[in-house]
Design a protein around this ligand. Structure first.
Ligand SMILES: CN(C)C[C@H]1CC[C@H](N2C(=O)N(C)Cc3cnc4ccc(-c5cc(Cl)c(O)c(Cl)c5)nc4c32)CC1
Length: 336
């Protein structure tokens, strides 16, 4: 391990940088008590400047999100100069690179990933958040082809709920919905659905449906809603894309309809509903994990249960969540 920051000493071992995004550096880390790998997002408060509120927003959003297709936040450490976010490690990197390496995916493989994207988006919408920056760079792969949605720095939790309008034009232009780039008020949920259409097109084709170096021409192409349909697309794929890439947001398919859309649920047993429900019942704590932690620090189970019920996103929260993750993977629920 390299010399880590004193704020992490004894809690995490720090290894090399695995990526950087804008004003953040992401390093590989190991949680000492469980030996589990984590991703440590490191930000310098001075460098953040007026982006600091965006990070606060990302942290608060991620604290309330626990889903198998959303990157899990385990702990937040703040010093005078730095903010550290301890995050779920995704060894196989960005979906973007996965597509580039293969040129494009088969319909079945695209469906395998798209199903998980629908699950993640349905879940965050259910929790009252719109992501507003859905793209392959913000979908990471863990070691068994499970997608994890990241980067909630642009997400919005509209005051009046998911049916109230947003104004700010944000996200990546090529994935932006027509109503968003024409400066109208828009619904975050509807804009996310459009971005999912652009994402699905990228999975199936390996390039973008609307693209141009000149931003004004790009916007005109998006607002026209006309895109190329290469010959390898099946009828059902083209129909799915058309329902997602509807210029009129009121005619666009909703996430609720997506959950049981035949293209999405193809080859699944009839009872299959896209698993948008979270497998994390973060309400009741897992007894075995609580006990293991209590024993390791010589506290009573009751005392440890009370501590963990605060969800302080401190080292205890991280240890519990990582133990629980090990248990899900039927690995030993033991601390170092
Ligand atoms: C281009 N982006 C805007 C940033 C890029 C930073 C590195 C990251 N990464 C990589 O690039 N690997 C190659 C490995 C890797 C492994 N696990 C990760 C786990 C979490 C995250 C992560 C990063 C950021 Cl900036 C977040 O806000 C959140 Cl919520 C999560 N990044 C990871 C990550 C991928 C994204």
């Amino acid at each position: 391990p390299i010399k880590s920051y004193c704020a992490l000493d004894g809690f995490y071992e720090m290894y090399d940088t695995i990526g950087s995004g804008g004003f953040a550096k992401v390093k590989l880390g190991v949680h000492c008590l469980t030996g589990e790998k984590v991703a440590i997002k490191i930000m310098d408060k001075k460098q953040l400047g007026d982006d600091l509120p965006r990070i606060r927003l990302e942290i608060e959003a991620m604290k309330s999100l626990s889903h198998q297709n959303v990157c899990k936040l385990f702990q937040v450490i703040e010093t005078d100069a730095k903010i550290f976010m301890i995050l779920e490690y995704c060894p196989d990197g960005e979906l973007f690179d996965y597509i580039v390496e293969r040129d494009r995916l088969t319909e079945d493989e695209a469906r395998h990933f798209f199903r998980q994207i629908v699950a993640a988006v349905a879940y965050i919408h259910h929790k009252g958040f719109a992501h507003r920056d859905l793209k392959p760079e913000n979908l990471l792969l863990d070691d068994d082809q499970q997608l994890k949605l990241i980067d909630f720095g642009l997400c919005a939790k509209p005051k009046g709920g998911m049916n109230s309008h947003l104004e700010t034009c944000c996200g990546s232009p090529a994935y932006a919905a027509p109503e968003l780039i024409s400066g109208k008020c828009y619904l975050g949920s509807e804009a996310d659905i459009w971005s999912m259409g652009v994402l699905l097109y990228a999975l199936l084709c390996g390039y973008l449906p609307f693209d141009d170096d000149n931003i004004a021409i790009l916007y005109r192409k998006i607002q026209s809603g006309i895109y190329d349909k290469p010959e390898w697309l099946s009828e059902s794929s083209m129909e799915m894309l058309d329902q997602l890439l509807q210029v009129d947001p009121k005619r666009r398919i909703t996430v609720a309809q997506l959950l049981h859309h035949p293209w999405v649920t193809k080859d699944c047993n009839p009872s299959y509903n896209v698993q948008w429900e979270s497998i994390y019942q973060t309400k009741e704590l897992d007894d075995e994990c609580v006990t293991e932690m209590a024993v390791s620090v010589g506290k009573s189970r009751k005392a440890m249960h009370a501590i963990l019920s605060d969800w302080a996103y401190d080292y205890n929260t991280a240890t519990y969540l990582l133990l629980w993750k090990r248990k899900q993977l039927s690995k030993s629920v033991r601390l170092m």
